[in-house]
Ligand binder design. Structure first.
Ligand SMILES: C[S@@+](CC[C@H](N)C(=O)[O-])C[C@H]1O[C@@H](n2cnc3c(N)ncnc32)[C@H](O)[C@@H]1O
Length: 203
């Protein structure tokens, strides 16, 4: 196998969920948008979205250097001019200055300590334009309950791996975001018992 293709990590979940997520983002974001993606992981989402939406300037990021190598390899392979080089962003540390029309976090909130979500909403609010969107994707509890048995099992597995991780209550995330100026615009049910959560910054 060629070296460059070895650097491009592949996530089966990303291959499955990227089109449903793109369908939601296409409804929520304008045709021209500066987007910061945090926790980009393999980088496959950014390639898919930037290819479909030439008007989106997509900035991927991840604190993990192996992830950034994969994101960079996917970027190079894609040849897309609207997909930028990944930056080493830990949401709990220093952020790029922005401004951004959207901040996208796919599968981060449940696979990081709660403090990461606190930092995510606070820093995103500072860098988004008025009316900008914080988009979250992943599993959530609603009204104090898991929405599916599989999510309960996933939650137990996450907490066993790291007690600071876990499937969050949607209401808790929204309460955390509201004082920073966000309102919950939509919580859309997605395949495999996930949610697309659209938080919009009040003008
Ligand atoms: C489950 S992966 C999700 C990757 C990708 N978004 C996806 O859905 O395929 C979680 C990612 O979050 C990143 N991550 C963990 N803690 C983070 C933090 N504090 N700030 C930013 N990213 C973080 C990890 O490096 C990892 O790439």
């Amino acid at each position: 196998m060629h070296d460059a293709s070895r650097r491009r990590m592949m996530s089966p979940a990303a291959a499955r969920n990227r089109q449903p997520i793109l369908d939601v983002l296409s409804l929520v974001l304008p045709e021209h948008a500066r987007v910061l993606e945090v926790a980009s992981g393999s980088g496959e989402h950014g390639v898919h979205f930037a290819r479909a939406k030439p008007g989106w300037m997509w900035q991927p990021s991840d604190p993990n250097s192996e992830a950034r190598i994969s994101i960079g390899a996917w970027r190079e392979h894609s040849g897309l001019g609207n997909l930028l080089d990944p930056v080493p962003l830990d949401v709990m540390s220093v952020w790029p200055s922005g401004p951004f029309d959207a901040v996208v976090a796919i599968n981060l909130v449940h696979i990081s300590p709660w403090e990461a979500t606190e930092a995510l909403v606070a820093r995103a609010a500072e860098r988004l334009v008025e009316g900008g969107v914080l988009f979250l994707y992943g599993p959530y509890r609603r009204d104090g309950r898991h929405t599916a048995e599989s999510n309960a099992a996933f939650d137990a597995d996450l907490r066993a791996r790291d007690p600071r991780w876990g499937v969050r209550d949607l209401e808790r995330v929204v309460s955390e975001a509201q004082p920073h100026g966000f309102m919950l615009e939509q919580a859309i049910e997605m395949p495999a018992n996930n949610l697309s959560v659209v938080l919009r910054l009040h003008p």
